[in-house]
Design a protein around this ligand. Structure first.
Ligand SMILES: Nc1ncnc2c1ncn2[C@@H]1O[C@H](COP(=O)(O)OP(=O)(O)OP(=O)(O)O)[C@@H](O)[C@H]1O
Length: 289
């Protein structure tokens, strides 16, 4: 087992990593540990380990690290494991992976191997990027792109609230065109999600089935500061799916366009629209409770 640790993800991460490693060592399963030095490292380390025949490759970080490791092992025989050490850990919450390090380690030691279907973003230049939970275009992506990473490390999820307040005053709220399986829609913000949850434990798409192919697409009609404030108030109350102007539609192939509109994938910056979003060519084996 190889654990790929992102020291830049989440808070208190090194101590939480040690607790998981100690647990695995006590169980007679001491893993190798590799530490990332920069964005993109996790993918390279995972790809190298998978090509050498490593059977379980664990992403120790948040959703961004999981997506990188997933991209690195795609197409190999390796199985993905998760040690949730990120800020929001949405995929872990979605799939029921415990946040407590010892319990997450127990899933790595004796979990069940299941399949998930990551999403794949293709940009205008043909560059592809895998995601495991969701991709967002518009306001939330602008918040992610403007986020001060030092602030995120110090304040965790509160940094997103501060950045959202900064962004709302200057955001252009350009309209987005979303084509869902051939049907055209217009929206102020779009989230293409594999799962039900968003930004932590908050409900976004009740009909989503995280382990199934395809997506739920959340289209928020209105742009503008009022719509953002309404969504921000509805989110912690679990009312986002019922917000006036919110449409939730299933789709297996989504194209998004809007000049200069920001895109994020699993909470990390992912450039600008246009983008095509579909399932990755192959499902991914993952260790789950
Ligand atoms: N050594 C490193 N230094 C700086 N950034 C890194 C390093 N290793 C990985 N990264 C980048 O850190 C970013 C954030 O990681 P990740 O998403 O795992 O954590 P998080 O944002 O705290 O968690 P979550 O997505 O669950 O909120 C990723 O884009 C990843 O590429």
């Amino acid at each position: 087992m190889l654990v790929i640790f992102n020291p830049a993800a989440g808070a208190g991460r090194r101590r939480r990593l040690s607790r998981a490693i100690d647990w695995l060592c006590r169980e007679g399963l001491p893993p190798d540990v590799a530490e990332t030095r920069a964005p993109g490292d996790a993918r390279l380390i995972a790809a190298d380990a998978a090509s050498r025949g490593e059977s379980v490759i664990v992403a120790a970080g948040g959703d961004g690290t999981i997506a990188e490791v997933a991209a690195g092992i795609a197409g190999s025989a390796a199985t993905l494991g998760i040690l949730p050490l990120g800020t929001a850990n949405v995929l872990a919450l979605e799939l029921g992976v415990p946040l407590a390090p010892e319990q997450a380690a127990a899933v790595l030691a004796a979990g069940t191997r299941r399949l998930i279907h990551p999403g794949l973003i293709t940009d205008e230049a043909g560059t592809q990027r895998l995601f495991v939970q969701m991709a967002g275009a518009g306001f939330d992506a602008a918040v992610v792109q403007g986020l001060d990473l030092g602030l995120k490390r110090r304040l965790g999820r509160a940094a997103y609230v501060i950045q959202a307040m900064r962004e709302v005053a200057r955001h252009p709220f350009a309209p987005i065109e979303a084509v869902l399986d051939g049907t055209r829609h217009r929206a102020g913000s779009v989230i293409v999600t594999k799962g039900r949850l968003y930004a932590g434990r908050h409900l976004l798409a009740p009909a989503a089935r995280p382990a199934a192919p395809g997506f739920q697409v959340a289209l928020l009609d209105a742009g503008g500061p009022g719509a953002v404030v309404a969504a921000a108030l509805a989110l912690p109350l679990g009312l986002l799916p019922r917000l006036p102007g919110m449409r939730l539609l299933p789709a297996s192939r989504v194209t998004l366009s809007g000049p200069g509109v920001a895109l994020q994938a699993d909470g990390d910056p992912a450039g600008c629209l246009p983008a095509r979003i579909e399932d990755a060519p192959a499902p991914l084996p993952i260790l789950l409770p």
